[in-house]
Design a protein around this ligand. Structure first.
Ligand SMILES: [Zn+2]
Length: 218
């Protein structure tokens, strides 16, 4: 393919904007992190490999099919495209995937702790249960297999000794999930640093929040 179709160009613009936002937030250092979005015809637009997410422009975006074969792009696709494809294949509701290394999330990913208790309305509504994935080499079939197992029951993953993956129907939703994961890890870090511990929501409060969630997140 010599040029991206017009519809894909618009989405390539959106993808590169979110790529730069991810970098500005400090979630993607050096060439780390990657973003993708599902477009018409079962195709995937992805950020390229070996590039700062702060420098990505629409012309750097790569188009692949669901087998990971590159259809368009001057640069190679993300080295972690296989993980994104596994998630898209497992859950047809997911149209956007963001992988990053937010510092407070990483501080928990690099230990054996799980900071994702349902402590706030945002964590209940947007995160639900976060899947904790034991370390696997990035971009390998072994990691894809583990992601596939959880992709129909969660939209947020903590990757041990690595970072996070968040998903959504749109790039905005996937980005919000990354932000909420990082905010919860920051809050938990501050709570523990003060020698305090979080107040647990009651079962009734959790049930009510889950009811509210089901009213506007399908
Ligand atoms: Zn990574």
């Amino acid at each position: 393919m010599e040029e991206l179709p017009l519809d894909f160009k618009k989405m390539a613009g959106e993808l590169s904007s979110f790529s730069r936002i991810l970098h500005q937030k400090g979630f993607a250092e050096a060439n780390g992190g990657n973003l993708s979005v599902r477009v018409d015809g079962g195709m995937i637009l992805s950020t390229p490999t070996m590039m700062s997410k702060g420098d990505v422009t629409p012309s750097d975006i790569v188009l692949c099919n669901m087998n990971g074969e590159q259809i368009y792009g001057t640069r190679p696709a993300s080295s972690e495209l296989l993980s994104h494809l596994a998630i898209y294949k497992a859950n047809p509701q997911i149209n956007a995937v963001i992988h990053s290394h937010p510092p407070y999330c990483c501080s928990y990913a690099f230990t054996n702790e799980n900071p994702f208790e349902p402590l706030s309305p945002e964590s209940i509504i947007w995160l639900g249960k976060v899947a904790i994935i034991d370390f696997e080499i990035p971009g390998t079939p072994a990691l894809s297999e583990k992601l596939t197992l959880h992709s129909t029951s969660t939209l947020a993953f903590l990757l041990r000794n690595h970072g996070i993956i968040t998903c959504g129907g749109t790039l905005q939703e996937a980005m919000w999930r990354s932000e909420i994961m990082e905010r919860q890890c920051l809050a938990m870090h501050l709570i523990v640093s003060r020698g305090s511990s979080p107040v647990q929501l009651t079962v009734a409060q959790l049930e009510l929040m889950n009811l509210i969630k089901s009213n506007y997140i399908k």
